[in-house]
Ligand binder design. Structure first.
Ligand code: ZN
Ligand code: ZN
Length: 319
């Protein structure tokens, strides 16, 4: 019999780990570029030269990250196929299967897997989902770009940080769901050696993770085109916005927290459509009303009391 058969969840977790591995390199590079720009902000010409050099040196990392994204996409597809039957992922006719069957069980990884180029067809045939024509094209293109990277050295090939960010976010939206990225990033952080082993209290751990999520939003959103920032993060720079009182409270769970750490953070508490002057935080999801006393979004939607000044919103204006 076949043993060590991977589950849908195992394929899915492997995909998430790959895509976030690519993303972590990207976020580090963008944050490094921002620091460099800041260090030379009084010398624009030197800053431009330094940044050009920086991104030239970053090219191999961006390219290998793109390759990880392609591998992640294959694993997301395999997860869905495995939910129908993992045996569908075994390729070739029976005569070519591993030979030790007469005496021993055969491990699933010893079988040759289905080729990457056949995965969309297999996925479309056996699952209830179906890749749309434009996603199939996009998948094909992504695989071609990846093949150019791994089979040869193409000095013309380049990908910008913004293109890589959009590739990751688009893949995740399509294969995992809309606006799942930050939730998934949180999951990933908890599985990394750096964050998974809790060093302090739960409050300190939560503060650390929440700061990390805000740092990511502050690094990545500014490099995205406006519509991509709205689509993938729900961040619209044209909306009334402020900092989130709930996230600030969590940051303060770190006993060394310094408010200067949040200087470059984006106003993630974004106003919601409608007349009620309500807003929600795109990182933590907490919702607040506008406090006329504080001139800020700081009234808790559950009890109507302002977290900053204690002002109690009249019940009839809470709609
Ligand atoms: Zn928040
Ligand atoms: Zn107030």
């Amino acid at each position: 019999m076949i043993i060590d058969i991977p589950t849908k969840q195992e394929f899915f977790d492997a995909a998430e780990t790959l895509i976030h591995g690519a993303w972590a390199s990207l976020v580090d590079l963008v944050a490094g570029g921002d620091e460099l720009a800041l260090a030379f902000d009084t010398e624009p010409e030197l800053s431009t030269n330094k940044l050009q050099e920086y991104w030239r040196l970053a090219r191999p990392t961006l390219i290998s990250s793109l390759s990880l994204v392609q591998q992640a996409v294959e694993f997301y597809l395999k997860a869905e196929i495995a939910s129908v039957s993992p045996y569908l992922l075994i390729s070739g006719d029976v005569r070519r299967w591993p030979k030790q069957y007469e005496e021993n069980d055969t491990r699933f990884p010893d079988f040759r897997g289905v080729d990457a180029q056949d995965l969309p067809r297999l996925y479309n045939t056996v699952t209830s989902k179906r890749l749309t024509a434009d996603v199939s094209m996009w998948f094909h293109d992504l695989r071609n770009r990846r093949n150019r990277i791994i089979h040869t050295v193409d000095s013309q090939f380049a990908i910008t940080p913004a293109q890589l960010a959009e590739t990751v976010l688009r893949a995740h939206e399509y294969l995992v769901g809309e606006r799942q990225w930050l939730r998934s990033t949180r999951w990933y952080l908890d599985t990394t050696p750096t964050h998974g082993v809790k060093l302090g209290s739960d409050a300190e751990h939560e503060a650390y993770i929440r700061l990390k999520l805000h740092q990511e939003v502050a690094s990545i959103v500014p490099i995205l085109p406006h519509e991509a920032a709205v689509r993938y993060y729900g961040f619209d720079e044209e909306l009334e916005a402020g900092s989130c009182p709930a996230c600030t409270e969590v940051f303060e769970g770190d006993k060394f927290f310094d408010s200067r750490w949040t200087d470059g953070f984006l106003p993630t508490l974004q106003s919601l459509p409608g007349p009620s002057r309500r807003s929600a935080c795109l990182v933590c999801g907490s919702a607040f009303w506008f406090c006329p006393e504080c001139d800020a979004y700081s009234v808790e939607t559950t009890n109507g009391e302002c977290l900053a000044c204690g002002y109690l919103t009249p019940r009839n204006s809470q709609s």
